[in-house]
Write a protein that binds this ligand. Structure first.
Ligand code: NAD
Length: 497
């Protein structure tokens, strides 16, 4: 039973039910085993709604609904109609931006101002981008000989399974759903157990646009609903975003049925600050300092979060003084207060993990430049102060993903050493390069093993730029039209005449 909390009234004001079933075949349905679990809000550590606890039976029902919808309806819908539906979904998200953003904050603990400015607008744009891209797609025709024509056509895969994490619930769903639907697939999606609610609020909107069964959502735990989806024989592809450890399990499951996977996994992304950053006291320097402080964006719960700051040794003291001062000006606290820049960590487990890492860092010999383990727990919520630790790249805090508002800083002598430290990690998701030197701005990124290198900026995610990981940060790309190729297959017809 949901415990009364200050947030219950927020939830009531948002018109949320006391519990959500699974969303299967266009309807919210009871879980097969009748079980629900509490969805705790990180704002006060209290349950504010319940979610259905999915099992294999629910996943089977969702895959069956998706398969039926694919055969009977969705595969007959024209590209133009699909595109129009995606545009309609984008409009509905836009009309409901304020409400969805608030639900997302209560669910996840993230700051409302960020969610309104970034998460939901980026989700909307994703649907619009793929609605446009799919209309512009062309097949290929070529002549083999005087009597034979080769026609290559892109066909959907059928029913795809998608598993997403809790750090950007609506945005991660948009990143997965928009290309899968644009390419003509039906979907069974499993949200993270920490944040099942905002997705269901989105499903209420989608139910007014899409035929039943085209998108289905089964909520629940990774080891239950997640595994049941990853091992289901009725799906033609798995799209996964989450930790590297789980990604390896997903790949094993997919190998059993030989289905393609895309994996968007963890990171330990470096940002390199070269001496020239401090050449002048101007807007560029301010931008670089702001860029460094983005390590705490979304409470540091971003896969590309620059969790390693590498600073050229001759500017280290002066640059870090500015970064520390700017970090200490971040307003933390109640995510629903629009002055708040950084809200609560997603769960008590995540909060504990982050505090443990800060303690591990100091026991490894790292120095706390700001923040630290003596962190706030306000009104039962899971708050942490943005923390910067200085040390060396061989420490665990430099090598393991913390996934909180904690970054580790070290120095480098020259370009060669900077690149060597940047690449000394099993991950390869994001990186940042900050320099006024135009030559360096092109040559250093080419040497960094990462799928996305921001140069003199950080944390921008336009729909039309490809995103994904090198090394153990994943395989395949998300966003960008190349994503369509992960959700379809090529049919070649050789036509003799
Ligand atoms: P996680 O791997 O524990 O969980 C992610 C999802 O997988 C959840 O829905 C979970 O229920 C499910 N899951 C867990 N075990 C499973 C199993 N055995 N079979 C099937 N599904 C299972 O990840 P997390 O800790 O909740 O999320 C944070 C991680 O996600 C971080 O490592 C972060 O870097 C990564 N992430 C990556 C990207 C990216 O684009 N590369 C984006 C966001 C988050």
């Amino acid at each position: 039973t949901a415990v009364e909390s200050a947030l219950s009234s927020v939830a009531d004001g948002l018109g949320l039910p006391s519990k959500y079933g699974h969303y299967i075949n266009g309807q919210f349905v009871e879980p097969a085993n009748g079980q629900y679990f509490d969805n705790i809000s990180p704002i006060d550590g209290q349950p504010f709604i319940q979610a259905a606890r999915g099992t294999k039976a629910d996943v089977d029902a969702a895959v069956l609904a998706a398969n039926t919808a694919y055969r009977t309806t969705w595969s007959k819908v024209s590209v133009t109609e699909r595109s129009n539906m995606l545009l309609k979904i984008a409009d509905l998200l836009e009309e409901n931006l304020e409400r969805l953003a608030t639900i997302e904050c209560v669910d996840n603990g993230k700051a409302l101002r960020e969610t309104k400015a970034a998460d939901i607008p980026l989700s909307i744009d994703h649907f619009r981008y793929f609605a446009g891209v799919i209309r512009a797609e062309e097949g290929a025709a070529s002549e083999i000989d005087a009597n034979t024509l080769s026609l290559s056509i892109q066909e959907p895969l059928g029913v795809v399974g998608q598993i997403i994490p809790w750090n950007f619930p609506i945005l991660m769903a948009a990143w997965k759903l928009a290309p899968a639907l644009a390419a003509g697939n039906c979907v069974v999606l499993k949200p993270a157990e920490q944040t099942p609610t905002s997705i269901m609020a989105v499903m209420e909107l989608l139910s007014t646009v899409l035929p039943p069964g085209v998108v289905n959502v089964v909520s629940g735990f990774g080891g239950e609903a997640g595994e049941a989806l990853a091992t289901n024989k009725g799906i033609a592809k798995l799209g996964f975003t989450g930790s590297t450890a789980t990604g390896k399990n997903i790949l094993h499951a997919a190998a059993e049925s030989l289905i393609p996977t895309t994996l968007e996994l963890g990171g330990k992304s470096p940002s390199l600050f070269f001496s020239s950053v401090l050449d002048k006291d101007d807007d560029f320097l301010d931008k670089a300092v702001e860029g460094a402080v983005l390590f705490a964006l979304n409470q540091g719960e971003v896969c590309t979060c620059q969790s390693r700051l590498l600073v050229q040794e001759d500017i280290y003291e002066r640059f870090m003084e500015k970064v520390v001062a700017r970090t200490e000006a971040i307003k933390t606290g109640d995510p629903l207060d629009e002055a708040t820049m950084m809200g609560a960590q997603v769960s008590s487990a995540q909060h504990e993990k982050i505090v443990n890492y800060i303690n591990l860092g100091t026991s490894e010999g790292a120095k706390v430049l700001t923040g630290g383990a003596a962190n706030d727990v306000v009104n039962g919520g899971y708050y942490i102060k943005p923390t910067i630790l200085s040390g060396t790249n061989d420490m665990k805090i430099f090598q393991e993903e913390i996934f909180g508002p904690v970054t580790s800083v070290t120095t480098f002598r020259d370009e060669e050493e900077a690149v060597a430290i940047a690449n000394d990690t099993v991950y390869g998701l994001g990186a940042g390069v900050w320099t006024r030197d135009a030559h360096q701005a092109y040559t250093v990124p080419r040497q960094i093993q990462a799928g996305r290198v921001w140069v003199n900026c950080y944390h921008a995610y336009p729909a039309h730029a490809p995103f994904g990981g090198y090394k153990q940060s994943g395989s395949g790309r998300e966003t960008h039209k190349m994503m369509l190729n992960h959700y379809r297959q090529t049919k070649n017809m050789l036509v003799s005449y």
